[in-house]
Design a protein around this ligand. Structure first.
Ligand SMILES: Nc1nc2c(ncn2[C@@H]2O[C@H](COP(=O)(O)OP(=O)(O)OP(=O)(O)O)[C@@H](O)[C@H]2O)c(=O)[nH]1
Ligand SMILES: [Mg+2]
Ligand SMILES: [Zn+2]
Length: 353
């Protein structure tokens, strides 16, 4: 069976992927999309094909080349074994929680990111800025989806606050259980389009997927009443097909989103501050207490929010710390370890005397 390129479009295939094919690839291989990634296996699908194959990493040295949900793979026509990972047009990743700080892939080949939060205690500008940096770095359209509008007396306050974020393209409020409300999100879910949903546990990501796909079978669960926190119901990432022809990637709620390799994304989210910083007297200005700092001058003049500047500096520092090659990070960690050790020694000496 030889695959026709035209049959792939409904799965999200486009010219970018066609350009990566060699002349006779389609005589040997079948292009398939990763629907879900499990420990050791991948659920894949393509025209008239749906199966499970072994996990695949293109470069054993590089964890970012592991096939993840949304990826396109070429598999062998006969054995169905994965042979090649196609270059992605976008990739979301984060530094995994914990001390190892391994890169964790979230989703690949996404067109739109639904950044989901609720009209309640979950709403947090600093967290939204993190997700926006991720979206801009990947070159993906960010849409802020405010759920639980039906449980809130004044959703307009949340909407107004979300719009203060400089790089937002669209803010939508919905009752995620209401088909008509959720219909406002359909323009981003047209045929061949891929949307990833991210946000904390309990904000309604799976509820949105259920409503958008006219299904009820994806598990959802009530949140804790005292602090509106979710119960981490979704545990894996999976691609779901929409009646409108689009694809949705549901993801598990994140406890922590550590940024890494998103310098360009941060520059976009905080473009006004970056522009100001260019006219600081010193090119390595830390915008702290240096003379001739254009950023602190703007804060003092009431033109710039001091909190926003603090959040920007924090994210830039975090990104720099988490970015770079593994070797660079290891040596940084080593230096850090040495510092801790010598501090402990000093402390011990101090305790003894
Ligand atoms: N009234 C109302 N309830 C909602 C809305 N969105 C979600 N819920 C409820 O909130 C709870 C949590 O929703 P989920 O869809 O499980 O949340 P999630 O983001 O998928 O959470 P994790 O899978 O843990 O990351 C469920 O009980 C939903 O029914 C909404 O807009 N209005
Ligand atoms: Mg869920
Ligand atoms: Zn400065």
């Amino acid at each position: 069976m030889t695959i026709q390129i035209s049959d792939l479009a409904t799965f999200g295939w486009n010219a970018f992927f066609t350009s990566q094919l060699e002349a006779d690839d389609l005589n040997h291989f079948i292009p398939v999309r990763v629907m879900a990634a499990h420990r050791g296996t991948l659920d894949i699908a393509g025209p008239e094909l749906e199966t499970t194959i072994p996990a695949f990493r293109a470069d054993p040295e590089d964890s970012t080349t592991s096939a993840t949900v949304g990826d396109w793979l070429l598999i062998d026509q006969e054995s169905h074994l994965p042979k090649r990972l196609l270059a992605r047009n976008s990739l979301f990743k984060r530094r995994a929680a914990g001390t190892g700080r391994e890169v964790q892939l979230i989703a690949a080949n996404v067109d739109t990111l639904f950044i989901v939060t609720s009209c309640n205690q979950d709403f947090n500008i600093a967290r939204l800025e993190r997700y926006l940096a991720l979206a801009h770095e990947a070159g993906v359209t960010p849409v802020i989806v405010l759920t639980k509008a039906d449980l809130c007396d004044d959703p307009a306050n949340y909407v107004a606050e979300a719009w203060t974020l400089k790089s937002v393209q669209m803010v939508e409020t919905v009752n995620a259980l209401d088909t008509e409300d959720v219909g406002r999100l359909l323009p981003w879910c047209a045929s061949g389009q891929t949307v990833a949903l991210v946000g904390s546990s309990g904000v309604g990501k799976s509820t949105l997927v259920n409503t958008l796909t006219n299904r009820t079978d994806i598990a959802t669960q009530g949140i804790r009443e005292d602090d509106a926190k979710g119960r981490h119901t979704t545990t894996g990432r999976a691609l779901h097909h929409l009646p409108s022809g689009g694809w949705l990637i549901d993801t598990p709620g994140m406890r922590e989103l550590q940024l890494a390799d998103v310098q360009a994304g941060l520059d976009e989210v905080f473009s006004d501050i970056v522009e100001l910083a260019a006219s600081c007297r010193f090119s390595d200005c830390q915008h702290d207490s240096e003379p001739g700092c254009a950023v602190t001058a703007a804060v003092e003049a009431g033109e710039l929010d001091a909190d926003r500047v603090r959040r920007w500096r924090k994210l830039v520092a975090e990104d720099a710390f988490n970015s770079g090659t593994l070797a660079e990070r290891r040596s940084r960690d080593k230096a850090f370890g040495k510092m801790i050790k010598s501090a402990l020694k000093t402390k011990r000496r101090f305790n003894k005397s």
